[in-house]
Design a protein around this ligand. Structure first.
Ligand code: SF4
Ligand code: F3S
Length: 103
């Protein structure tokens, strides 16, 4: 499962599509955690798609991660600023790849 304390345990190494990237990032195997308020561990996501289908405000968009061992697309929390903290995505992800911090 995603580390809920990733902000303390990881370093932000950049930003892509307006979304924070938390390392380590070593493509293609290591893609890091993406997002802050809504965070997706790209190394755990296996492209189930439930988060995209169920989020009421369309926070997530597919991005390509060619060569990643779990899946070659990932759910990027591109619109995390729209999140209404309903926690649906956290509940439906089968591999606990998502952390939402209502703080
Ligand atoms: Fe979407 Fe709800 Fe998840 Fe926020 S908590 S990203 S609104 S499904
Ligand atoms: Fe990935 Fe979980 Fe969404 S596997 S596509 S973060 S439901």
């Amino acid at each position: 499962a995603i580390d809920p304390n990733f902000e303390e345990n990881r370093e932000q190494v950049g930003e892509e599509d307006g979304v924070a990237v938390w390392g380590p990032v070593e493509p293609p195997e290591k893609q890091g955690i993406r997002g802050t308020h809504v965070a997706v561990d790209f190394d755990i996501c296996l492209a189930d798609g439930a988060c995209l289908e169920d989020c009421p405000v369309d926070v997530f968009e597919w991005v390509d991660t060619p060569g990643h061992p779990e899946s070659e697309i990932k759910a990027n929390p591109t619109n995390e600023d729209q999140c209404i903290d309903c926690m649906l995505c956290v509940d439906v992800c089968p591999v606990d790849a998502i952390d939402v911090d209502p703080g």
